[in-house]
Design a protein around this ligand. Structure first.
Ligand SMILES: C[S@@+](CC[C@H](N)C(=O)[O-])C[C@H]1O[C@@H](n2cnc3c(N)ncnc32)[C@H](O)[C@@H]1O
Length: 429
């Protein structure tokens, strides 16, 4: 693999190097609103059962645009959200039903209308994020590339961190004249360049460790050999000869000759039969492999024993655990405003984070309430008609407040949540 040598000056080989502009590209389409207009979105009006609520967590039943506008005016939320994960509709032009054939949600927005609807939410989400906060936007190949441009506009291209490719399912037996489609994508942005980051590490398993660390020393310790030089010429100590040997042409020693001498004395240098030095890297000193941006081990429910809620398009809780652990700390506030079955909320809660969830679907809210009270059940049990939940509740329902959006002044309780929010109604706007 060729390793490029970072250039230091503005000019390399007579060619002018261009710094990336703060605003490289813009996606233009009809109906794109000015940012100021979006930031002035009227907040929603909600009822809540304040009498029952004890915890910090919030669940909004209603359109997330109004909920985000409400939170943008709430000093306890705005600028305080450490992590937003969203998995919006993917512009499939389809309707989705739960495993029990109940209508869950419509995914009917496509093209520029889809882009603008999501852009409006992302502009408000950017407002809500803490300065050291992060956004993860989960999409598939239909809209990821449009939204990459939109997110560059909102967050700044320099705050783009990764486009994660996730293997979402097992290989399919495709009949179409194309490659099997098993990937979706997660765009990861931070609000600034100082953001919460707990580097995820994949632990070594034996076959992988043996492949990577092929040598064994006389004490039985596994190690691998790596070069002691690096690309680029240096004029200081690291460009000088060591043991009468110059670094290879175009390279420099990774350490000063004194340090290399010290390492050799400790047995950390391997000498090849032709007299070339290599550094020994021991397996025992490696915590694991830093996680890369292709995630093969995070498929959604793919066998009958996996526990699910039965809501369509629900994501793998392990995927959310990975993201939440990497980009937030216990006690932090995590938000998912396309909450669906509540995967983000349940996992955030298990990991000791506070959370805010929003969803406009009655089926989603009912699923979340059920999940928080009863847990999930084996996928196979949906097929068998088994109704008994098989996991213990995660925590009591009173650990959050449910806010129901009042769509107009004549409507007092949002549909689909009867029996959940008994008690005094509180208008919070
Ligand atoms: C793909 S699902 C999310 C699934 C979720 N990640 C999970 O693990 O269960 C998308 C969700 O977004 C919700 N949604 C779509 N448009 C919305 C809007 N404008 N406001 C609030 N929720 C919305 C849908 O009802 C649906 O539950």
């Amino acid at each position: 693999m060729a390793v490029p040598i970072p250039s230091k000056g503005k000019r390399t080989n007579g060619i002018q190097r261009h710094e990336p502009a703060e605003q490289g590209f813009r996606l233009e389409y009809q109906g794109k609103k000015p940012v100021e207009e979006i930031l002035a979105t009227p907040p929603g009006l909600y009822t809540s059962n304040a009498a029952d609520s004890t915890g910090d967590n919030r669940l909004y039943h209603g359109d997330n645009l109004a909920a985000l506008a409400t939170m943008a005016q709430d000093k306890t939320v705005t600028g305080k959200v450490k992590l937003v994960y969203i998995d919006p509709p993917f512009a499939t032009a389809a309707a989705f039903e739960s495993r029990t054939q109940k209508h869950a949600y419509d995914d009917h927005l496509v093209g520029p209308v889809f882009v603008e609807a999501l852009r409006e939410r992302l502009i408000l989400i950017h407002r809500l994020l803490a300065d050291d906060g992060s956004l993860y936007l989960h999409l598939d190949e239909r809209m990821t590339f449009h939204m990459r441009l939109i997110l560059d506009e909102i967050f700044g291209e320099k705050n783009f961190r990764n486009c994660i490719t996730r293997k979402k399912c097992n290989p399919k037996n495709y009949t179409r004249k194309t490659y099997g489609n098993v990937a979706d994508y997660i765009l990861f942005y931070s609000k600034t360049d100082t953001y919460v980051w707990n580097r995820p590490i994949e632990l070594w398993d034996e076959p992988r460790a043996e492949k990577e660390y092929q040598c064994v020393d006389d004490q039985g310790r596994r190690y691998k050999k790596v070069p002691v030089h690096a690309p680029g010429v240096r004029n200081g100590e690291t460009g000088k000869p060591w043991r009468s040997k110059m670094p290879p042409p175009g390279k420099h020693w990774q350490y000063t000759p004194d340090k290399l001498e010290e390492m050799d004395a400790k047995g950390e240098i391997y000498w090849s039969p032709t007299g070339n030095p290599r550094r020994k890297i021991y397996l025992e000193n490696s915590a694991g492999v830093p996680l890369q941006n292709i995630w093969m081990d995070m498929r959604d429910a793919h066998n009958q024993n996996i526990h699910i809620t039965g809501y369509p398009t629900e994501k793998n809780p392990a995927l959310l655990a990975r993201i939440i652990e990497a980009s937030s700390n216990p006690g932090d506030l995590v938000m998912d405003c396309y909450a669906g079955s509540g995967t983000t909320l349940a996992v955030a809660s298990r990991l000791g984070r506070r959370w805010i969830g929003v969803d406009s679907s009655c089926e989603a809210i009912e699923t979340i309430l059920h999940r928080l009270k009863h847990g999930t059940k084996r996928m196979g049990d949906f097929v068998n008609g088994e109704t008994k939940p098989t996991l213990l509740p995660l925590f009591s329902i009173s650990d959050f407040t449910l806010f129901n959006e009042i769509k107009d002044e004549t409507e007092s309780v949002a549909p689909g949540t009867d029996g959940v929010s008994a008690g005094e109604l509180l208008a919070i706007r």
